[in-house]
Design a protein around this ligand. Structure first.
Ligand code: 3HC
Ligand code: NAI
Length: 653
């Protein structure tokens, strides 16, 4: 079998080229190829060595598919030590994303150049890992402690220019990288440049208190994530130990993380996210429709965020509202959101202005005549939605995709009021829509392949993680929330308090406890929905008596300053004895004997309620695969990625 790494002499430069699509990951064959090539270069007429990659990117990291399988030598640390030990200068030429073990490969080289668009970083922490091939020891020696801790604990890549600023890249190459890097390597040789081994640099200067600061920040921000704690310890080792001792600390920490359930969960989510974008029965060559401009109907909580999601990806948006007043209010919120992004340093003023200029408003549906896609986000009223879809059918051009952001309604019934049900589907965004990554794409019975494929591709363009759901009440995510919510109510009646339930779930890893979520969403929403139903369709009264009593007492949740908790002006929740009284009265009404409930029981019952419904969703074919359900819960409902999602978690138990 031919190697994914080739070696050739170009004049006095030995050029090592990695070609391992799609991302040049450091598979066993690549590691072996790199080792063979660097050894060959030591023996031939080359005066320097250049490492570069074919395809879209420099090496994007270790091959994650090999993790958890039997190890095959050579290991990456040994390969990189050989590269660094080269007696001839080694130059790495970066493009695309030089990540994780890929960037560690570059740091083991003696000189680094990159195209301006390249990005570098250490995303290991997103997989529950830390750099495991010298990254925690070499980076601080080049960039100092603070920059290294920021880079490695955040997992976020930085631009080539930023990497130059902090000393991780030496040279920016404009134009063709391969030829430019070759010219640079030759000029280094001509100027007598020597090998520069990062591991031989002295331990970096530092302020000893910095590590405690990071530990405290991590305890708040990344509670219980062992990789984060190990990163700080390993970088600290770079300041107190020799390079050789430091890499041993790093290695042990890496293996601990690799073998941890946290990393297993996060690696599962990494692949689950990518798998979710694939629709099993959709032919690969399904033609896509162009989406250059979109319409968004409704500029409320969801419409504004949806409009921003498109504009942020360079897609023009026409937002339709019911009146000038409502339109100005909606556009005003968008304006404020962009101002906030600029203030927080998330967007430059120019970029924010560009995005903002892509969003225009109107109260006239005729302005949607030429859009390629419409997302409807008006009140959750099925009749209103049908009226709007009839209107869209009349004004939109043939081939326009018509999507609804409904949370619960029957997408097929909405599609049926149009003469083009094949062009209709659900695009269920999550709040706040410009921030939350999840998009449930609801495939109607008649949705065409082209429409589904187009929306899946569009989701990637607007940087959403798309999961396909079939049509059912609440689709994947909200449908599972229903039994979860019912179980919460039973736990309250049986003896758990709101704060006990929330604390148990948050300590377990949920971003927010369920009662705080209900208060945030508003208790009146479910109340109104139940009021509209005849008694026999409301379900077991135990599952809604407490929230109904709270709403009737004027406690609608955060919006009214009180719900399951009382809220101060900063929206901080405080437990309220009045709520305990309501719970006690309801328990008495149902004749429920209250008892002490353990945190473990709370977690077990709540997670089991999600998993049971998840299994039904799979059996009914609403979700394509179990890992899609995990993606929905991790990206849409604050389920901890380190637990791998509800279905993965259940499978591990
Ligand atoms: N190992 C194995 N497969 C990988 C991979 C990796 N490191 N990175 C990406 N892939 C696969 C994906 O699973 C996907 O496969 P599929 O087509 O079968 O679904 C394919 O490559 C393309 O990936 P994306 O869809 O994500 O492509 P994008 O172009 O959107 O993104 C990327 C490219 C930015 C490189 C992104 O794939 C990414 O972030 N990859 C992970 C990078 C990473 O985490 N590196 C660190 C690994 S751990 C490590 O290096 C440890 C070391 O310190 C010892
Ligand atoms: P909202 O009440 O904040 O906004 C609805 C907007 O639609 C209002 O500004 C209203 O003026 C406008 N509108 C009403 N009728 C209209 C018409 N005929 N033409 C144009 N505009 C019209 O509601 P929200 O929260 O944004 O919800 C919208 C949809 O999104 C609902 O279907 C909801 O179920 C769904 N959704 C809501 C989420 C949330 O967290 N709020 C999450 C995901 C989906």
């Amino acid at each position: 079998m031919s190697s994914p790494v080739r070696y050739e002499l170009k004049g006095n430069i030995g050029v090592i080229t990695v070609n391992n699509p799609p991302v040049n990951a450091l598979s066993h064959a690549v590691r072996q190829g790199l080792l063979d090539a660097i050894n060959t270069a030591q023996r031939d007429a080359s005066e320097a060595v250049l490492i570069c990659c074919e395809g879209n990117t420099f090496i994007a990291g270790a091959d994650i598919t090999e993790f958890g399988k039997p190890f095959k030598a050579p290991g990456l640390p040994d390969v990189l030590d050989s590269i660094e030990a080269s007696k001839k200068p080694v130059v790495a030429a970066l493009h695309g994303t030089a990540l994780g073990g890929g960037f560690e490969t570059a740091l083991a080289a003696h000189y680094r150049c990159a195209v301006p668009a390249a990005k570098v970083g250490f995303p290991e922490v997103n997989l529950g890992l830390l750099p495991g091939a010298g990254g925690t020891q070499r980076t601080p020696r080049l960039a100092g402690i603070k920059a290294s801790l920021d880079l490695i604990t955040s997992g976020a890549p930085i631009s080539a220019a930023q990497a130059v600023d902090i000393g991780l890249i030496d040279e920016i190459i404009e134009g063709d990288l391969r030829s430019g890097a070759l010219v640079w390597a030759k000029s280094l040789v001509a100027s007598g440049a020597q090998v520069r081994r990062t591991s031989e640099l002295p331990a970096p200067q530092h302020d000893a208190s910095i590590f405690d600061g990071y530990r405290a920040a991590i305890a708040r921000r990344a509670r219980g994530q062992i990789a984060q704690e190990h990163i700080v310890t390993a970088v600290e080792a770079a300041t107190t130990m020799s390079y050789q001792e430091g890499v041993l600390v790093e290695r042990k920490a890496f293996m601990d993380c690799l073998n941890s359930p946290q990393s297993a969960g996060m690696r599962h989510i990494f692949f689950a996210e990518r798998q979710a974008s694939k629709v099993d029965d959709l032919p690969k060559d399904t033609p896509l429709r162009p989406v250059r401009n979109v319409g968004v109907i409704g500029g409320g909580t969801m419409g504004g965020g949806i409009a921003m999601s498109f504009a942020n990806a360079g897609i023009a948006v026409t937002m339709i509202e019911i009146s000038d007043e409502a339109l100005q209010r909606g556009l005003g919120i968008i304006e404020k959101n962009y101002e906030g992004s600029v203030k927080r340093g998330k967007l430059s003023e120019d970029d924010a202005a560009n995005c903002r200029s892509l969003i225009s408003g109107s109260t006239d549906y005729a302005d949607l005549a030429d859009v390629d896609l419409v997302v409807e986000a008006v009140f959750e009223d099925p009749e209103l939605k049908k009226t709007i879809f009839r209107k869209l059918d009349g004004v939109c051009k043939p081939g326009a995709i018509l999507a609804t952001n409904t949370s619960y309604q029957d997408v097929d019934a909405i599609a049926a009021v149009t003469k083009r049900p094949e062009d209709v589907l659900g695009m269920h965004f999550f709040s706040p829509a410009h921030i939350m990554k999840l998009l449930e794409v609801v495939r109607g019975a008649k949705t065409s392949d082209a429409v589904l494929a187009t929306v899946m591709a569009l989701a990637k363009k607007i940087r959403k993680v798309a999961v396909v759901s079939g049509v059912c009440y609440g689709f994947i995510g909200n449908r599972m929330l229903n039994p979860y919510g019912k179980t919460v109510q039973l736990l309250l009646l049986e003896g758990a308090s709101p704060q006990q339930i929330d604390t148990a779930m948050e300590n377990w890893g949920m971003a927010m406890g369920p009662l705080r979520v209900f208060d945030l969403a508003g208790l009146d929403v479910g109340y109104k929905a139940r009021q509209a139903l005849p008694d026999d369709q409301k379900g077991d009264p135990k599952s809604y008596r407490v929230p109904d009593l709270l709403v009737e007492a004027g406690r609608l949740g955060q919006k009214s300053g009180a719900g399951f908790y009382t809220y101060d002006e900063n929206r901080a929740p405080t437990p309220d004895p009045a709520v305990d009284k309501v719970i006690l009265a309801a328990a008495k009404e149902f004749g429920i004997a209250r008892r002490s409930i353990s945190d473990e029981e709370i977690v077990d019952r709540l997670i089991a309620s999600l998993v049971d419904e998840g299994r039904k969703i799979l059996d009914e074919g609403i979700a394509q695969r179990s890992s899609d359900i995990d993606v929905v819960y991790v990206y849409g409902y604050g389920f901890p990625a380190s637990r791998g999602g509800p279905m993965f978690y259940a499978g591990q138990k």
